[in-house]
Design a protein around this ligand. Structure first.
Ligand code: C2E
Ligand code: MG
Ligand code: MG
Ligand code: MG
Length: 288
């Protein structure tokens, strides 16, 4: 009914108009401003080898500390950045900053050469025609090899247009990049395509990991996680479990032969300074 009432009105903001649209418009304006004012920061969550207990890399997670809004979670602003196209510039900054950071950590911690930086890619970035070229430029100016960078993409991004996605992923692989499927098991995906995607890693979504300790259905969820891990291994992929919060979850995942883990049990996402302090401590413990 609201639509009927409004249909002959001009599209200006006035009381009674779709407040959600107004809020969105404000958010977009703040996002634009935030980009100009450099209000974004990357946090880094360690990814731990469950075999050795050591830090295998980090996932870069964007944070927005807005002057007008305070802290805004990526779940709230990434979708708006996507819809407005602002994600393209933001995403470019994220990639550039993450690559610069991993280069710096390699120089500072040469005895942990295996460190890999994972960066989330949004759907919009994934369909940018010059993505491969853009990433090549970013790698070159950071002075790092492609195999230091891992991109996290979701099933739905690839299922949009399977053939196009495979071509793009192959282009990224040619740069030496590593690729993960993020939130595996939650999206719309097709097992019949999985073996055709040139990916290296499956990330088990945290909703499955969490429910492994469900009071009623823990058996079912442990089976699901076991199945995802076997699927990954049968396709020659590594598996990362995200959202590990308890020792119990970690033990089960170790038992199921999962290679890597990420979650509050090990560490929350850390500021660059705190991530570096953690690396320094680990370096000291392992090499003296
Ligand atoms: P994601 O890529 O699946 O990232 C994992 C999310 O789980 C992160 O939330 C992380 O802080 C959170 N997490 C990690 N360990 C635990 C745990 O043990 N328990 C619980 N409950 N949560 C845990 P965050 O940082 O709020 O990011 C949410 C989502 O926003 C990400 O999900 C990703 O889809 C998106 N996102 C974050 N940063 C970026 C970015 O730089 N670019 C793009 N395109 N998307 C991003
Ligand atoms: Mg991710
Ligand atoms: Mg994830
Ligand atoms: Mg997730």
């Amino acid at each position: 009914r609201a639509k009927e009432l409004n249909s002959s009105r001009p599209q200006i903001f006035e009381p009674g108009m779709d407040t959600q649209a107004i809020q969105r418009w404000h958010l977009e304006t703040d996002l634009r401003l935030g980009l100009q004012q450099k209000e974004f920061q990357l946090y880094y969550q360690p990814i731990i080898s469950l075999k050795t207990g050591r830090i295998a890399g980090f996932e870069a997670l964007v944070r927005w500390n807005s002057k007008t809004r305070g802290f805004v979670s990526p779940g709230a602003f990434i979708p708006v950045a996507e819809e407005t196209g602002l994600i393209v510039r933001l995403g470019e900054w994220i990639l550039t900053e993450a690559c610069r950071q991993i280069r710096e950590w390699h120089e500072r911690f040469p005895r942990n050469p295996a460190l890999i930086m994972s960066v989330n890619l949004s759907g919009r970035q994934f369909s940018e025609p010059n993505l491969v070229k853009q990433i090549k430029t970013i790698l070159d100016s950071a002075g790092i090899e492609g195999d230091r960078l891992k991109l996290e993409i979701t099933e739905s991004m690839m299922m949009n247009n399977v053939e196009e996605a495979i071509t793009l992923l192959n282009g990224l692989k040619e740069l030496g990049l590593r690729l993960s499927i993020d939130d595996f098991g939650t999206g719309y995906s097709s097992l019949s395509y999985l073996h055709r995607f040139p990916v290296d890693t499956l990330k088990v979504d945290k909703s499955f990991v969490e429910r492994m300790e469900d009071v009623k259905d823990s058996d079912k969820y442990i089976s699901i996680v076991q199945t995802i891990i076997s699927l990954g291994h049968n396709l020659n992929l590594d598996v990362i479990a995200e959202g590990i919060e308890t020792e119990g979850q970690m033990k089960v995942l170790e038992f199921l032969d999962c290679e890597y883990g990420q979650g509050y049990l090990f560490s929350r996402p850390l500021s660059s300074e705190n991530a570096e302090a953690l690396l320094a401590k680990e370096n000291y413990l392992n090499y003296g």
